[in-house]
Design a protein around this ligand. Structure first.
Ligand SMILES: *Cc1c(COP(=O)(O)O)cnc(C)c1O
Length: 425
């Protein structure tokens, strides 16, 4: 790791904390990457890791997926940015809407944060109301109105409300515990100024937390009753838990949806879409303003088209393979931790899982915070030593990709065996 160590000391001098996103830092220093291919990632010292971070879930089809690289390569020769529309954008929007029938119109943006910011502004513009409801531990991007009791890196670094964020903004965000329908009902009954409710239908930013049986249908019922637009933030779950995201898996139709991560399989692209009468509020026809230089750029759009087409073509095999591999891993890890008598919980769904070192089930922000973070860090560093890379935080999720082979899964089980033994000691 000598090269990574040197690079980190150089980076720290000119990049705050040495990283361009907080969760990428871990002790003593992150490894610097030279290349990736399929299921693997290589550091500057030539050591390879089986990747289960997968760009925080973006790389559903794995690194350097040939269909996507070939689509993007041929687009690169035709130009990278036009500042004017292309037929590719129509093709992509149609593909998105075919997979997500709740979307009657789609606008393409760049990042997940931009997508949720636009969804929230749309909800406010549509209802002419002010407050939004979010859930504890849900992460929707790094900006004031949603950076309140958020998950991901902000939970990892213990920043519940960011310095520099305006109280005037965050006081319009009402935070409710996840999986707590009765509290939500009270809030909706008492507060009259609610513009929208945003939720991760599967909470993947506080570790992995599953919605309890009736939680999502309760959300749908209550928001409809109180005339509050329901926003599903499917930046993680879109295309990952099914080709139609969590809304297809659970049979819930939100008013607005945001997509990101797996949409571009590693390229910068996100989308916001939903009911026509809400989407029509966007400028220039409507008065809700949103704009971006790089939105709908042909490089990212061709990546997303290729990604969705590939997913749709192989979906029968893709999701069953991902689920089978995930189940194999989870069962083995569960057995190992039980054998070693380490108190633990594993939450999993489709191609995602997370282990918590805790005696009690993890169902929300509070129970996730109770898990033993030190033990998790020990697991992380030992996995790394044994050639397996997972996200370096208890509050992230372990993601599988289509590129994982049977031998990757077997090797990963071995690495967990050794690493859990270290956690026990
Ligand atoms: C990652 C994430 C975002 C933010 O996406 P960025 O592309 O990092 O801005 C928003 N919502 C969820 C659920 C996410 O996991």
């Amino acid at each position: 790791m000598t090269k990574s160590k040197n690079l980190f000391s150089k980076a720290k001098k000119i990049i705050p904390s040495g990283v361009n996103s907080p969760v990428r830092f871990f002790k003593p220093y992150p490894f610097f990457v030279k290349k990736s291919l399929g299921s693997s990632i290589w550091d500057e010292d030539g050591k390879s890791y089986i990747d289960f971070c997968n760009g925080y879930g973006a790389l559903l089809l794995g690194h350097t997926r040939k269909e996507i690289i070939s689509a993007v390569s041929s687009q690169l020769k035709k130009g990278t940015l036009y500042g004017t529309p292309t037929s590719l954008e129509i093709e992509l929007s149609n593909l998105i809407m075919k997979n997500f029938p709740s979307m009657n119109k789609v606008r393409l943006v760049n990042t997940g944060a931009e997508a949720t910011m636009t969804a929230i502004r749309l909800a406010r513009g549509f209802t002419k109301k002010k407050k939004i409801i979010k859930f504890e531990g849900c992460y929707h991007g790094a900006y004031d109105s949603v950076l309140v009791k958020a998950g991901s890196g902000s939970a990892h670094n213990g920043i519940s409300v960011s310095d520099g964020g305006l109280d005037e903004v965050s006081k319009n965000t009402i935070v409710v515990p996840y999986n707590d329908s009765p509290t939500l009902e009270k809030v909706l009954t008492k507060q009259k100024d609610i513009a929208g409710l945003i939720v991760e239908p599967i909470l993947a930013n506080m570790g992995l937390i599953l919605p309890e049986k009736k939680f999502l249908s309760d959300l749908r019922k209550m928001t409809r009753q109180h005339d509050v637009p329901l926003i599903f933030d499917e930046v993680v779950t879109g295309f990952r838990v099914s080709e139609g995201g969590a809304q297809k898996k659970f049979g819930i139709k939100p008013d607005l949806t945001t997509l990101g991560k797996a949409l571009g399989n590693g390229f910068v692209i996100s989308a916001v879409g939903g009911r026509k009468e809400i989407m029509n509020k966007l400028a220039p026809d409507g008065k809700v303003y949103q704009a971006s230089t790089f939105a709908g750029n042909p490089v990212s759009v061709s990546a997303a088209i290729s990604s969705i087409k590939t997913i749709n073509k192989i979906k029968n095999k893709l999701y069953s393979k991902l689920e089978r591999n995930c189940e194999l891993l989870v069962n083995e890890i569960d057995d190992l931790a039980t054998d070693y008598k380490i108190p633990h919980q594993i939450n999993s769904i489709s191609s995602m899982f997370q282990i918590f070192f805790s005696k009690s089930p993890v169902t929300d922000y509070e129970t996730s915070k109770k898990a033993n973070g030190k033990k998790f860090q020990k697991l992380f560093s030992n996995l790394l030593r044994n050639g397996v890379f997972i996200a370096p935080s208890q509050y992230e999720t372990i993601f599988l990709s289509d590129a994982h082979t049977d031998s990757n899964i077997t090797k990963t089980m071995g690495a967990f065996g050794l690493s859990l033994q270290a956690v026990k000691n």
